[in-house]
Design a protein around this ligand. Sequence first.
Ligand code: ADP
Ligand code: 5GP
Length: 211
Amino acid sequence: MHPGQVTVVPAPSWIVVLSAPSGAGKTTVVRALLEREPRLQFAVSHTTRPPRPHEAHGQDYYFVARDEFRDLIERGAFVEWAVVHGHFYGTSQAELRRILEAGKTPLLDIDVQGAYQIQRRWPHGLFIMLLPPSWTVLEQRLRQRGDLTDEQVRRRIGQARQEVRWAWMYDYWVVNDVLDEAVETIEAILWSDRHRPGVGPSQGRLPVIPE
Ligand code: ADP
Ligand code: 5GP
């Protein structure tokens, strides 16, 4: 947590957080999930990492310079932020507000440090960790993406082993072996979680039953 941050965004009635070690297939799963779950909307993060080919500003990330990111931190613009693989990443209050005002549920694709901050703030959120079927498959998927050197792949695997140690913090663990099965499992989790008291359509402590 970063004490002193001002809450300007209204508390979401529901928020979905998905984390995974790099290469586990999060981008792929999120894309499939968004197609099938129109009530979810992807929360576009700010980052200081340079864009990869095919990544678009405002769609995949808001790509900003380090100075701008630091300035945004100072101004309390983020609900959470962290340094991941040497770059700054953060979810802005403005982005969450945009999604909530559109009447949608924010889907956050963030790392374990960010998930921890969100959980402290909104414990009623749904926290899912996506896992690779094996370390061997994780390595294959990282290499297959083709944008990392051998050394970077080794470092990501090391980092992944650390991230998985935080898995206890999540509500659900989903193994991304067969893609469709992983997506269907997450859909089932979303479906049941919406029926928890206090989330989904009944946002208070009492159920809302029309007269
Ligand atoms: P992340 O966003 O977690 O870093 P990506 O979604 O970019 O991971 O996936 C890494 C690689 O693994 C990509 O080449 C992707 O096509 C592949 N991939 C993702 N999920 C699966 C799956 N269930 N089965 C096989 N390959 C997958
Ligand atoms: P990538 O650079 O591969 O897109 O993402 C690297 C890592 O940063 C992933 O684990 C991703 O979930 C995480 N990440 C992306 N956006 C955010 C964010 O806004 N906050 C935090 N804490 N992590 C993020």
